[in-house]
Design a protein around this ligand. Structure first.
Ligand code: FAD
Length: 458
């Protein structure tokens, strides 16, 4: 008997329930990945993620070859391609991980439609991309289909029993026949960030092991330190599933201590946003909690948005973080918070504009986590303090107290030592003139006044 394992955002061999189930029930398995037209059509095939994905597929193929198998890659419509492979191999089952986005849910429906006439079973596996799958814990109350508040969700999430992670299989027997398109390569991708991290399960596991040795214990004290860069940077690996979130949580809990606890709590935010989006797919585009905002449009707003994207707003910490994003396809969480707050609340530009820019660049760009974090910052999402504004100067002084992060990413200010780098406009005229760096695009008081008026606050 033959089974197909359709890989989606779970590009690994360790702790892979669909692969495990397929190997347990069939003699031969087709490990399949479809470069799906739909992903491109949805504008989700941005260069950084395409390059990271290429690394992941090459590594997955290499891992399968070490075990006697190979990866079959197809291009086209996912349901048609899966149907084609099922017909060619006579497979009796297709195993796939459950997804949370509207796109993934639609894919599941289409797969079912394509497989039923072929008398092939679709087996959808939970807890592959999430520790606790959407819907597995629910608040009490009749009409509530998801948690809208993080803390009670986290409590219930923490009480859930964790399944034991599966090891990687020793051998994978793939039937003769199914043709494969060539593996994509990062070299063929144009326009990627020069400092983009490497993808693939081997790299993910190496990073994760290094993180447990060197970073986890001090995560609680250091996670907000912009210059210290002391977070795990595992987000692209979690997004592409080269690391299993269940295994990650297992290992962190085994390590124990306040660092590990804080880290596990952060991993829970991922599941939290996934269960919100699974219940409210429209929140990818529209306000989760509508606030009747009338976001600025017009040429001044467009110019200021362009300055924000390019890292030349005249606020050094904002510019540093935006340039990190351009350069690495990744940004520190504190940077994401303060740059998003700046766009939405200081410039009063629609959160969707910022979310799109992040999705164009982030290697970990994820519909649920990006759109719902943006909404959290915009105050249209699940944050209970929707009108909080992060002042970029206060944030810079607190999270980059010596200014090292700014000097790293805004080299034209590298001559200013200490925290004075956060407020170049305060330098005496002659000294200020030495630095080729813009004046602030907007005065913070003016931005704040505009925001307060728009939201009807005193
Ligand atoms: P660590 O601090 O090491 O955290 C470990 C893991 O926990 C992360 O890898 C991530 O999977 C998860 N995590 C941490 N914080 C959050 C959070 N607030 N929400 C959801 N999961 C979290 N994360 C994404 O994975 N994809 C996105 O597209 C994304 N867009 C964001 C946009 C904005 C405006 C903001 C404020 C945050 C966004 N985040 C997003 C969340 C967070 O910033 C990143 O997950 C984190 O910075 C990744 O770095 P890390 O792996 O070193 O995180």
């Amino acid at each position: 008997t033959v089974a197909v394992v359709l890989f989606t955002s779970d590009l690994r061999l360790h702790d892979h329930p669909p692969l495990h189930a397929a190997l347990a029930s069939a003699d031969e398995v087709v490990p399949l990945f479809v470069l799906d037209d739909g992903v491109e059509a949805a504008g989700f095939g941005a260069p950084n993620r395409r390059a990271f994905l290429a690394d992941c597929l090459r590594d997955l193929d290499a891992g399968l070859r070490e075990r006697g198998g190979r990866l079959v890659v197809r291009e086209g419509d996912v349901a048609e391609e899966v149907g084609g492979v099922v017909t060619e191999t006579g497979a009796g089952a297709v195993h796939v991980a459950a997804g949370v986005s509207a796109y993934a849910q639609h894919r599941e429906e289409r797969l079912r439609e394509a497989l039923t006439p072929l008398r092939c079973r679709l087996s959808v596996h939970d807890a592959v991309s999430n520790v606790v799958p959407p819907g597995a814990v629910m608040p009490s109350g009749a009409d509530r289909d998801h948690f809208a508040v993080f803390t009670p969700y986290f409590r219930r999430w923490s009480e859930q029993g964790l399944r034991s992670p599966f090891g990687a299989p020793r051998t994978v027997r793939v039937p003769e026949g199914p043709a494969s398109a060539g593996l994509p390569s990062r070299a063929g991708v144009r326009g990627l960030s020069p400092g983009l991290a490497e993808g693939g399960e081997a790299e993910g596991r190496r990073r994760s092991a290094a993180w447990r040795r060197n970073g986890l214990a001090s995560y609680e004290e250091r996670h907000d330190d912009l210059a210290g860069d002391a977070t795990s940077r595992l987000s692209p690996h979690l997004h592409f599933g080269t690391l299993s979130p269940t295994e990650l949580v297992h290992r962190a809990r085994a390590a124990g201590g306040p660092g590990a606890e804080a880290f596990v709590r952060q991993v829970c935010w991922r599941d939290f946003h996934h269960q919100v989006l699974a219940a409210r797919p429209a929140a990818a585009r529209s306000d989760y909690r509508p606030r009747q905002d009338r976001w600025r449009t017009g040429s001044a707003a467009a110019d200021e948005t362009a300055a924000w994207k390019e890292g030349r707003t005249g606020y050094p910490v904002v510019d540093a973080a935006m340039r990190q994003l351009l350069h690495e396809g990744w940004m520190h969480n504190r940077g994401r918070l303060l740059t998003a707050s700046f766009l939405v609340k200081t410039l009063y530009v629609d959160w969707r504009t910022g979310a799109r820019h992040f999705l164009d660049l982030l290697a970990d760009g994820d519909i649920a986590n990006n759109q719902l974090n943006w909404q959290w910052v915009a105050g249209t999402g699940t944050d209970s303090r929707p009108n909080r504004v992060l002042n970029p100067v206060t944030q810079a002084r607190r999270y980059d107290p010596e200014g090292a992060y700014v000097r790293r990413w805004v080299p034209e200010l590298a001559g200013i030592s200490g925290p004075a780098v956060h407020e170049p406009w305060k330098l005496p005229g002659r000294e200020r003139a030495r630095y080729d760096y813009p004046e602030p695009v907007v005065r913070l008081q003016d931005g704040l006044a505009r925001f307060k008026e728009a939201r009807g606050l005193d």
